[in-house]
Design a protein around this ligand. Structure first.
Ligand code: SIN
Length: 329
């Protein structure tokens, strides 16, 4: 993607977005909360975008971390073609596979394989929150999720801005966190009983990586509290108890409502998020409702994260997530 911005990241991101918007006045960008989320209208995602449109959409993504579109009704082919304008695509999912005939597409169905663990996982405010596949050495840079079958009520997704969460910490805690690293693992949720199919898939595709606890965003220069609750298991340098207590404090802080936005899906909606500066949570209320829910996701290949201290992440187990080779659309 593009070069990092030098100083005062938010100011630069605002300037970049404002000059991009000047050359694409037909694209409307409407922020949805103080720190995260913008609704974008005035652009047809079924068609190839101009370079200026790609620049404006990317600028809005970097500034607002997750952007939303409505009434787009893309086909699988159109979602893949739209996504490719922003980078190379990964295989649908490194553990759970892809939609048949579409190597870059992952099906987010109500009863998908990734949900096949039963029993009660311990419910905490951060339960279920995650950034996509941070157990990989190079987690996806961004994810694009398209709503197809949407319940009449329930089924909202929430995102949080992990750069804003970092900024809101006290300076001494920020300084302490900058030297630390976390171990991210793909494993069944604690306290839940997983199906044999789920356990086999996770065992055969184990991913473990060590990432900095504070990353430097490669495009915006922002410091990010890189603490994907679903994958981050421990802080490497601390004792077990120190690590657990500190992570719980950070997770609880990161999912505070002030850093979040909540999106109500409609058929034809699309959410596009920066996976390097956000975490999100899939809805749980759909399991109390009889309605179906079906979405499809593409993810952009990401780089190996780097810490605010300059050190890169290290791979412990598993392969990097490389580009998928699907058909041209
Ligand atoms: C995801 O975790 O990528 C899916 C979110 C959702 O189902 O709303």
């Amino acid at each position: 993607m593009n070069m990092p911005l030098p100083h005062a990241p938010l100011q630069h991101l605002d300037q970049r977005l404002s000059s991009a918007s000047n050359i694409t006045p037909h694209i409307r960008i409407t922020p949805q909360s103080a720190h995260i989320g913008a609704l974008i209208s005035g652009v047809n995602l079924k068609q190839a975008l101009s370079a200026a449109e790609v620049h404006t959409i990317r600028s809005a993504l970097l500034r607002w971390k997750v952007i939303f579109f409505r009434d787009q009704h893309l086909s699988h082919e159109q979602q893949i073609a739209f996504s490719r304008q922003f980078g190379e695509l990964t295989p649908g999912h490194p553990v759970f596979g892809h939609v048949e005939g579409f190597p870059e597409l992952y099906s987010i169905a109500k009863h998908r394989k990734a949900n096949r663990h039963s029993g009660q996982a311990e419910q905490r405010p951060w339960t279920g929150w995650h950034a996509d596949v941070t157990a990989a050495h190079n987690p996806p840079a961004a994810s694009i999720l398209r709503g197809v079958t949407i319940p009449p009520y329930g089924g909202d997704t929430q995102w949080t801005n992990l750069a804003a969460a970092y900024e809101a910490l006290s300076k001494p805690l920020q300084a302490f966190l900058q030297g630390l690293r976390g171990e991210h693992r793909f494993s069944a949720p604690q306290g839940a009983t997983a199906s044999q199919e789920y356990l086999d898939l996770v065992r055969d595709n184990t991913l473990i990586s060590e990432h900095p606890l504070v990353t430097l965003h490669p495009e915006t220069g922002e410091k990010v509290l890189y603490i994907s609750p679903g994958f981050l298991k421990s802080i490497v340098e601390l004792s077990t108890r120190e690590s657990r207590v500190l992570l719980e404090l950070l997770w609880e802080h990161a999912v505070s409502s002030e850093f979040t936005v909540r999106f109500k899906w409609e058929p034809g909606s699309l959410a596009f998020w920066d996976n390097r500066s956000t975490a999100h949570v899939a809805p749980q209320d759909i399991f109390a409702l009889e309605f179906d829910r079906q979405l499809y996701r593409t993810t952009l290949v990401g780089e190996v994260p780097r810490g605010a201290d300059g050190r890169a992440s290290t791979a412990i187990q598993g392969n990097p997530v490389l580009a998928a080779h699907g058909a041209a659309y």
